[in-house]
Design a protein around this ligand. Structure first.
Ligand code: NAD
Length: 363
């Protein structure tokens, strides 16, 4: 099997290097190939998602992705900005289901901005629809307003839309995921205001008829945002659209202490996936070797589990991460009094060491 490795920009390069080390010490038989993406690809080839990178991602069984985004290219034409690479990969590979687990690791309970009793034992899964909604809806752009409150004025506009099959397939992913967990799904929408999300609610309710063993409830997104910081443990699986999922998953990230801890998987209908940390390229800390590599290493574990069917190796990687945390090692984003502050490479060293010890123990 082949893994495409796309580190991207900023801290992407630093954190993916640690995940690669972890992959190598698992002693599994995978071919890997690395390619440029994002700002790095734009600088070298004039496009954030060169054809060769896209072909590699298409041909691979799974993609390990770092992050894209570089402030040097913030002012260039939108189609050529680094972030277009990840949107392009999601679209071309039809990665419609984004799975973002938010797990509060026991040693990090105090790193959360919420009180420990609210987050200890937290284990929720946000399933975000990834290839539809206002992010991809056409038409969009700038124009002279044809009507509205200020006809004739310059305006920006986007289109929010969801087709029935798009909602059906993400609802199936959510109900099936819930069957592996506590069998509870919360569908988050804005059905009270938006036609698109009244339709979403109706279709999710229809699909639910096929999953009588799973409990479904609906929640408006504004309430969901509030409930996530008020009583996050009430949730098991949250399913929502692209825009709401983008915002709620970052909110959920903070419950767990740091966005640097949150992995994600983006899957197509056949289970092929792109695996990436939930955060961006963090230009504010790039190049200083202080970024937390654990979200990327945990994304690798998700890759092993979902696309490469290496359940045992996935368990080992997750256990090694727990061991590094239990040993008191912390990158600055999760550091607290009484723990040892380490950099990106040292955290990678600790995970690799835990894996090597477990391998020789098993051997
Ligand atoms: P960001 O996630 O890059 O950073 C937000 C904050 O979290 C920053 O303070 C950063 O230092 C911190 N942070 C993020 N990851 C961390 C880690 N592993 N360890 C420690 N701290 C970490 O979001 P942003 O600042 O809004 O965006 C920066 C760039 O990334 C932008 O160009 C944006 O478009 C891009 N972006 C890319 C993706 C992606 O590639 N999928 C996702 C989000 C943002």
């Amino acid at each position: 099997m082949k893994i495409a490795i796309l580190p991207g920009d900023g801290i992407g390069v630093e954190i993916v290097a640690q995940a690669e080390r972890v992959l190598q010490c698992l002693d599994l038989c995978f071919e890997t190939e690395i390619a440029l993406v994002g700002g790095a690809a734009y600088a070298a080839h004039g496009h954030p998602l060169p054809e060769a990178t896209l072909q590699l991602a298409r041909a691979a069984d799974a993609v390990l992705f770092g992050a894209v985004g570089d402030p040097r290219y913030d002012a260039i034409e939108r189609a050529l900005r680094p972030e277009q690479a990840i949107l392009g990969l999601r679209k071309h590979l039809q990665l419609f289901a984004n799975l973002r687990p938010a797990l509060c690791h026991a040693p990090l309970t105090h790193a959360s901005s919420l009180r420990p009793e609210l987050v200890s034992g937290l284990d929720l899964l946000i399933i975000r629809e990834l290839t539809g909604d206002v992010y991809f809806g056409q038409p969009r752009g700038r124009r002279t307003a044809p009507d509205g409150a200020f006809p004739g004025a310059e305006e920006g506009f986007d289109t929010m839309r969801y087709a029935r099959p798009e909602i059906e397939r993400i609802a199936h992913v959510a109900f099936q995921a819930a069957r592996q967990r506590s069998r509870r799904v919360t569908s988050v929408d804005k059905a009270n205001v938006l036609e698109t999300f009244q339709f979403w609610r109706d279709v999710v309710t229809e699909v639910h008829a096929q999953y009588p063993d799973v409990e479904l409830n609906h929640m408006y997104v504004d309430n969901a945002a509030m409930q996530l910081v008020k009583a996050p443990k009430q949730f098991d699986v949250i399913v929502t659209g692209n825009l709401f999922g983008d915002i709620l998953s970052d909110e959920a990230a903070m419950l767990t202490g740091s966005i640097g801890m949150l992995p994600s998987a983006s899957l197509d209908a056949a289970g092929k996936g792109l695996y990436e940390p939930s955060h961006g390229s963090a230009p504010d800390i790039a190049g200083r070797s202080i970024a937390n590599p654990l979200a990327t290493i945990l994304s690798l574990a998700m890759m092993l589990r979902f696309s490469l069917h290496q359940e045992e190796a996935a368990d080992r990687v997750e256990a090694a991460v727990q061991q590094a945390l239990a040993a008191g090692l912390r990158t600055p984003d999760i550091w607290s009094e009484g723990t040892r502050r380490v950099g990106t490479v040292e955290m990678g060293d600790a995970v690799v060491a835990a894996l090597t010890t477990s391998a020789s123990f098993n051997g």
